[in-house]
Design a protein around this ligand. Structure first.
Ligand code: NAP
Length: 336
């Protein structure tokens, strides 16, 4: 099959549309003819040699895809050849074919384009597992989402608003903030000009205020102390990205005085099945988020769709922070 090859680590130019061995589904796995693959920031790190695939995962980049089931392995009961699906992957999405454990596959709702569906699994799994399963998101809370214009942020805003939370976002431009507002964010903070701690603490607060009840953070070390300052009592800081470094100083006194918690999680390294697994998250996403996708309450925000052979250009777009929402790579036409 054809796939994006990574013959050496480096800049976007190392991504070339080459060849790879055809995968075959093992017991419990599904083989997908890929129609589109979502691009994630983690892909940029893998390209640079800073994010190795977990043991046993494909070396090919790509954490999510959509397509059509081509074959099912032994023991797979829930999927049939020809099903229109999208899937959360541990790797392998930038290719014509990929195998994935059956528990990481989701049906594509009627009427949803397969290219748009490729933008969903990673964001839906990351946002649901962190905001709801880890931080217990509920109505009436104030939620701060850093990087509101990211692939993750655009999904998180919509889910939090649907849950009845008030949403504050940070972004690097007035234009991106305006688009976050269209998705339902009501507190708009330009991280280049405004102090997000002051902005969040100035908001009308509930019983635990002032501050944010939940912070979804992509910056890691650079924002650690300010995030703790911005937390409300009983607040949860959930770190999912380390764009601002991995080592920071945590003021335990400040955290303790708020009875707060700091979590740091990822999706990719979770086991396929069992407690805390990808299958567990995907089952919750299917039950709770998928009806919201099907009825249009949450829409995939796709900034651009490029042919897979232009994966390098897609990475340049993310590198340049030129995107609002997701970038999707088209692998083949949808013949379903
Ligand atoms: N832990 C997990 O399982 C998991 C899964 C998926 C993603 N993630 C993480 O989630 C984050 C978003 O991923 P993505 O693929 O959606 O990335 P993306 O679309 O490339 O977005 C990156 C975002 O970072 C924002 N940003 C840059 N500097 C910032 C700053 N100083 N303050 C606040 N925001 C800043 C950018 O905002 P502007 O463009 O407005 O400057 C942009 O929205 C990444 O850190 C990624 O590693 C984690």
């Amino acid at each position: 099959m054809r796939a994006i090859e990574l013959t050496e680590f480096g800049g976007p130019e190392v991504l070339t549309w080459g060849k790879a061995a055809d995968p075959a589904p093992a017991h419990g796995e599904v083989l997908i003819d890929v129609v589109a693959a979502g691009v994630n920031r983690a892909d940029l790190l893998q390209r640079q040699g800073r994010y190795n695939p977990p043991a046993g995962a494909s070396e090919i980049i790509g954490l999510e895809c959509s397509g059509v089931v081509a074959e099912v392995g032994e023991g797979v009961r829930d999927w049939r050849v020809g099903d229109r699906v999208c899937a959360l992957l541990s790797g392998g999405g930038y290719a014509e074919r990929v195998v994935v454990p059956a528990g990481q596959v989701l049906p594509v709702p009627d009427g949803l384009d397969l290219a748009a569906a490729a933008a969903l699994p990673e964001a839906a799994a990351t946002v649901w597992s962190n905001l709801v399963m880890t931080a217990g998101l509920h109505a009436g809370q104030l939620v701060l989402i850093h990087g509101g214009g990211s692939g993750i942020g655009t999904h998180a805003i919509q889910l939090a608003v649907h849950k009845g939370a008030r949403v504050a976002v940070t972004a690097g431009s007035a234009e991106k903030l305006a688009r976050c507002a269209e998705l339902g964010a009501s507190v708009l903070i330009n991280y280049r000009e405004d102090d997000f701690v002051a902005a969040v603490r100035a908001e009308q607060s509930g019983a635990n205020g002032p501050g944010a009840d939940i912070i979804l953070d992509n910056m890691g070390a650079a924002y650690l102390s300010r995030n703790v300052e911005a937390l409300a009592k009983h607040g949860h800081l959930v770190v999912i990205g380390m764009q601002g470094g991995v080592k920071g100083e945590l003021n335990l006194g400040a955290l303790l005085s708020k009875w707060g918690s700091v979590h740091a999680t990822n999706v990719r390294n979770r086991p396929a099945t069992g407690v805390g697994s990808k299958a567990e998250i995907i089952a919750e996403v299917r039950r709770h988020v998928w009806p919201l996708i099907a009825d249009g309450t949450i829409v995939p925000v796709v900034h651009a769709e490029l042919p897979i052979a232009e994966a390098a250009e897609a990475h340049r777009m993310l590198d340049a922070a030129d995107t609002f929402g997701k970038v999707v790579l088209r692998v083949r036409e949808d013949a379903s």
